[in-house]
Design a protein around this ligand. Structure first.
Ligand SMILES: Cc1ncc(C[n+]2csc(CCOP(=O)(O)OP(=O)(O)O)c2C)c(N)n1
Length: 352
């Protein structure tokens, strides 16, 4: 409370109340903390060479995955590029299965065959985890086409980096999803840098959301450091896709606090710029907001943090103790088992 004038007590300004229940608000916070702690643990494992190959961390972008996936239903499909750990976790892939995949173990969600960039969890309709920039946007259109064709009522949410928007395949994809009125949302995670190239050096016609109008899509923006804003904007876009078959291009501004990958010396941006963005850390900001709303008390925040740290450590221990994948899997996984091939396609396969 602050005093204003003699004897008049005025309450301190509170964060605006949310239409979300306290339970949902706490869960949004918890999911972001889980991802942050998981990624910190991944960084440690990478430094000890337990994780090999590439490793792209999601630290700073947690509100995007958590807000967006909170707006989906289980029947919806999700697909992304290689910065996929946070998205897999927010979609419900267990931390153990994610970490085991990062270590290339048999118990990983892709059976150790994919690694950091290729997390996959079909039971959750999470279709990867893709390393080729922009290529998965066309796969996303295929998922949405199947949803419409099979009348599942589901929609597809496709995450992509702003570095993917100038790939030709993305323009072709936007054209087709609009023409065919597919139930899809493209969410551009604009963290300003594609490796070391800022968006203003690579893309004409900013902001990127302008590209929606060229293809007659709904164009929207969201603040990617604000988990509730992301959730709200994605929910609106999902509703357009599900009920009106209108695809959306949603540009979400965000920032990654670490380098492009673990091997990036990060020399293309100033420390001052990073520090400025850290003042808008999505986890700290949301914690402050929830404290002002008196939804999150200090003891609960500490408990959430402790549980997230324990989960990340448990995931790493599990991954370390897991066996390597069997070598023959590398060959047998190249082709689907005969009985899983679509009956329409089977005659063609048997010709091969
Ligand atoms: C077709 C293709 N070209 C180049 C690369 C190399 N590459 C890997 S990541 C990357 C930057 C992509 O940045 P963005 O899409 O903004 O995603 P972010 O890393 O910011 O999540 C590039 C150029 C690639 N993987 N695929």
């Amino acid at each position: 409370m602050v005093a204003e004038g003699p004897g008049v007590a005025v309450a301190e300004p509170k964060a605006p109340a949310s239409s979300l229940s306290a339970e949902i608000q706490i869960d949004l916070y918890r999911q972001m903390v889980r991802i942050r702690r998981f990624e910190e643990k991944s960084a440690q494992a990478f430094m000890r060479a337990e994780i090999k190959g590439f490793c792209h961390l999601y630290i700073g972008q947690e509100a995007v995955a958590v807000g967006a996936l909170a707006a989906l239903e289980p029947r919806d499909a999700v697909i992304t590029a290689y910065r996929d750990h946070g998205i897999a976790l927010a979609r419900g892939t267990p931390a153990r299965a994610c970490m085991a995949e990062l270590l290339g173990k048999k118990t990983g969600c892709s059976r150790g065959m994919g690694g950091s960039m290729h997390l996959f969890h079909r039971a959750n309709h999470f279709y990867g985890g893709h390393a080729i920039v922009g290529a998965h946007t066309a796969l996303a259109a295929g998922l949405a086409f199947a949803q419409q064709y099979e009348n599942t009522g589901g929609i597809t949410l496709c995450f992509l980096g702003e570095g993917a928007v100038n790939q030709g395949v993305f323009a072709e994809t936007l054209n087709l999803v609009s023409l065919w009125k597919l139930p899809i949302v493209f969410l551009i995670e604009n963290n300003d840098y594609a490796m070391g190239t800022s968006v203003s050096r690579s893309s004409a016609g900013l902001p990127l959301v302008n590209r929606a109008s060229a293809f007659d899509l709904a164009g929207r923006t969201a603040n990617g450091m604000d988990v509730e804003d992301v959730r709200k904007k994605v929910a609106e876009a999902v509703s357009l896709a599900r009920t009106e078959h209108l695809p959306t291009l949603l540009e979400v501004s965000t920032y990654r606090y670490r380098g492009h990958s673990m091997s990036d010396p990060d020399t293309y941006r100033t420390k001052q710029e990073i520090e400025e963005w850290k003042k808008r850390d999505p986890i700290l900001l949301y914690r402050e907001k929830l404290e002002e709303r008196q939804v999150l008390l200090d003891a609960l925040a500490k408990q959430i943090d402790g549980e997230a740290r324990a989960e990340a450590q448990d995931a790493l221990t599990f991954a370390e103790e897991s066996p390597e994948p069997d070598l023959d899997l590398a060959f047998s996984l190249l082709f689907s088992p005969e009985d899983q091939i679509d009956p329409i396609l089977r005659p063609r396969y048997s010709d091969i």
